[in-house]
Design a protein around this ligand. Structure first.
Ligand code: ADP
Length: 302
């Protein structure tokens, strides 16, 4: 089993010819709401990939929050620890998608900011029974650190997808077994601009010095740089026609841990995760784009 701790957001997406300027009112099109939030995306990715998933997160006291929680349960996720916070709104992301394909995103954390240590304690059994605890950085740092300590105490491996990136205290880094930044996040956390295998190895070395055993730096269409046990190399991804890379990283993380929790080797797990993420980039949206196990296996067999 896997426990995911993280955020839930309702993504309000609108297509625009260009990003709106200060003081301007701009006509957009194709407005829709999609379920997102890095924590929720990763929990859904793991569940659809075939893992038994427990999810620690908060929704606000509103209909959209309840609808998202219901959708997670329909994906087979254990939502006992998805708590409704009274007096709060659910997390929201306002997303402009420009003609160029670029995103511009504003987030209101809402109930996500209320995820606290007491809620983690209540799900201690779930964490203890999990092989992995997967977290991101859209939740309060003190709660993330508390959960990491609890996991460590129960020999549950701690995986951190450090997104959105921000400088992290050594206290947290020392508790992490595996870190999975993308190129931008790796640069923010290590100060090293990652552009090729050599620079990725340098960035990975910084993480290793902080006590992290396994480093995976995702490189978008180029794949992933993996560094573990003193060896580092790029494992290429699959070539697909990209329609929307939203949630590619989230899908990669969820599928990766699903395979690792099935005792697959790191290389096999990366191949499985590359396939899941490749499928997700051929489809639009966050959670709507995340594939199911059968789709991933069919892709790998093709
Ligand atoms: P993030 O979405 O967090 O920025 P990346 O862009 O590094 O993360 O992508 C994560 C993973 O998604 C990659 O390692 C790869 O498996 C897959 N991926 C991303 N973009 C593409 C693409 N254009 N084609 C195929 N796979 C992709």
């Amino acid at each position: 089993a896997i426990t995911v701790l993280g955020s839930i957001n309702a993504d309000h997406v609108i297509s625009v010819p260009y990003f709106v300027k200060p003081g301007e009112t701009l006509a957009g099109s194709d407005y829709h709401i999609a379920y997102g939030g890095k924590g929720a995306n990763q929990a859904v990715a793991a569940a659809r990939a075939g893992a038994k998933v427990g999810f620690i997160a908060c929704i606000g006291a509103d209909d959209i929050g309840r609808a998202m929680k219901k959708a997670f349960a329909e994906d087979g996720i254990d939502t006992r620890s998805v708590e409704e916070v009274s007096g709060q709104t659910s997390g929201v992301a306002l997303i402009q998608v420009a003609d160029t394909g670029e995103n511009s995103i504003v987030i209101s954390a809402g109930a996500n900011a209320c995820l606290n240590e007491a809620q983690v304690e209540k799900f201690a059994d779930g964490i203890a029974a999990s092989a992995y605890l997967l977290m991101q950085l859209e939740s309060p740092l003190n709660t993330i650190i508390h959960a990491a300590k609890l996991a460590r105490a129960h020999h549950t491996r701690v995986v951190l997808n450090p997104a959105p990136a921000r400088p992290l205290p050594e206290e947290l880094l020392h508790l992490v077994d595996m870190i999975t930044p993308n190129e931008t996040e790796a640069e923010i956390l290590t100060g090293i601009k990652v552009s090729d295998e050599q620079s990725a190895a340098q960035a990975a070395a910084v993480f290793h010095r902080q006590g992290i055993e396994t480093v995976l730096i995702t490189l978008g269409a180029k794949g992933v740089f993996v560094s573990s046990g003193g060896e580092g190399r790029i494992i290429a991804g699959f070539r697909v026609k990209a329609a929307d890379t939203t949630a590619a990283g989230d899908t990669f993380n969820g599928a990766l841990l699903t395979a690792l929790a099935e005792d697959k080797s790191l290389n096999q797990a990366i191949r499985f995760a590359h396939a899941a993420a490749a499928i997700s980039v051929t489809r639009k949206g966050a959670q709507p784009s995340i594939p199911y196990r059968e789709e991933i296996l069919a892709f790998l067999a093709a």
